[in-house]
Design a protein around this ligand. Structure first.
Ligand SMILES: *Cc1c(COP(=O)(O)O)cnc(C)c1O
Length: 423
């Protein structure tokens, strides 16, 4: 194992908050509205974060929700009202367990689609076989900021009359064919959870290309999302803690030590935080957290440029290591780069690399521990399906954090371990 250090690098590149973000202060100028229009100002005040990110990404208006999972739940609820006879939602067999949990909470059924070999995209033939007149929606996923194949989901969806929801939880800022991800399908969502790019500790942004669908999403949320002072207070405290600790010294306490404790007790699912509650909280995001997010969002474009440049510089170095496959984007896409996602030739060597790197404080980690059918706690949510390619992806993948705190020496140390393991 590499020597232990006094600080800890995060597994994903979150935009660090500054003290000034937490203060009431002014919002970026395009959100300011003349004082005379009190009502409009109030509306803009509560929509500042969503409006600002929409302006930066060049999307239609975004809808702010309390998490990525809540955004998906609202989307599924709205679509199910439009198509009440369709109850099945097709999701990749290797994705965030929260996606399956949202499907269940919407009162719908999870159908898994296996991946194509050596990739996170759903296998086109398996996707076609999984879809029929009962399919409500297909959820292609831009995993780790890498741009997924939405076209193949769209063609299957159009053939059976289903919708496409792009899971862009990890892909804020990713683009395809010159525009933001989330606009190729019918609906898309981003996550603003801790560690995922821009964060208000928990939050989500919903996106829909068509005005009619945007309207349905807004009305569904207005109906099913309550205010909750208690939850908002708790999230506000968590956001303060996040602002204080999301830096190399604080992360040791907040991330590294719990990670090492979980690994010592033989609990990798707990170590990466894959053990989610089976109910999705729904509540409105308060003004203060929105203002914090809007302040930080002013730095988002420069931050995304910086970590994209860093990733592009580091990819060729990784590709020179024999036996490593680095996941990248299709030719017309520019993903975002929260981390680098790699496949090693087999589980044995992936595990040998992790034995040296996972606890070293260098931001090397795993994405999800299992394919969805292999989480015991999801037994009532996910069907026990045979998904060999998803299992293979879970067994051979690892991630290298792409935060600006990962120095070239850190990265070189990681590459050295990978080279030794693959020699
Ligand atoms: C994190 C994540 C989600 C859920 O988003 P939250 O904001 O954490 O609720 C959904 N899908 C993927 C791929 C994710 O990584």
């Amino acid at each position: 194992m590499l020597p232990r250090r006094h600080h800890e690098l995060p597994p994903t590149a979150g935009l660090p908050l500054r003290f000034g973000d937490l203060l009431p202060g002014k919002l970026p100028s395009h959100d300011r509205i003349p004082a005379s229009t009190g009502k409009a100002r109030q509306a803009a005040g509560t929509a500042a974060l969503a409006a600002q990110v929409a302006a930066q990404l060049g999307t239609p208006p975004l809808q702010l929700e309390c998490s990525g999972t809540a955004s998906l739940l609202i989307a599924l609820t709205a679509l199910h009202e439009m198509q009440p006879l369709r109850r099945q939602v097709v999701i990749p067999a290797f994705t965030c367990p929260l996606v399956a949990i949202a499907v269940r909470q919407a009162g719908l059924e999870v159908r898994l689609c296996d991946l194509r070999a050596g990739h996170f995209d759903m296998d086109p033939a398996a996707l076609q076989a999984a879809c029929n007149e009962h399919t409500l929606a297909i959820v292609p996923t831009h995993l780790g900021g890498r741009v997924a194949n939405v076209d193949s989901a769209l063609s299957v969806a159009r053939a059976v009359g289903a919708y496409v929801i792009e899971d862009a939880a990890q892909a804020l800022g990713a683009r395809q064919a010159g525009r933001s991800v989330g606009l190729l399908g019918d609906i898309g969502f981003f996550s603003l959870a801790a560690g995922k790019g821009l964060s208000i500790y928990e939050g989500g942004l919903l996106l829909a290309r068509e005005p009619l669908l945007r309207d349905r999403l807004a009305r569904t949320a207005a109906r099913i999302v309550p205010r909750s002072l208690g939850r908002e207070c708790r999230r506000s405290l968590e956001l303060l803690g996040y602002a204080a600790l999301y830096r190399p010294r604080g992360l040791r306490l907040a991330y590294g030590n719990p990670l090492r404790r979980a690994l010592r007790r033989g609990d990798p699912v707990g170590a990466v935080g894959d053990d989610f509650p089976l109910t999705v909280p729904l509540h409105r995001v308060g003004r203060w957290r929105q203002a914090v997010g809007a302040h930080a969002a002013a730095r988002l474009p420069a931050f995304l440029d910086r970590i994209t440049a860093q990733a592009q510089r580091r990819l060729p170095r990784l590709r020179r290591i024999d036996g490593i496959a680095v996941l990248d984007d299709p030719p017309d896409a520019q993903g975002s780069w929260p981390f680098l996602l790699l496949l090693l030739p087999d589980q044995q060597r992936r595990d040998a690399a992790l034995a040296q790197l996972w606890q070293a404080g260098l931001g090397v980690s795993r994405l999800y521990i299992h394919a969805l059918p292999d989480y015991a706690y999801l037994a009532g949510v996910v069907p026990p399906q045979h998904v060999p390619n998803a299992r293979d992806f879970a067994a051979r993948s690892l991630t290298i954090g792409n935060s600006p705190w990962v120095t070239d020496e850190d990265f070189e140390a990681i590459c050295g371990v990978l080279e030794a393991v693959l020699r």
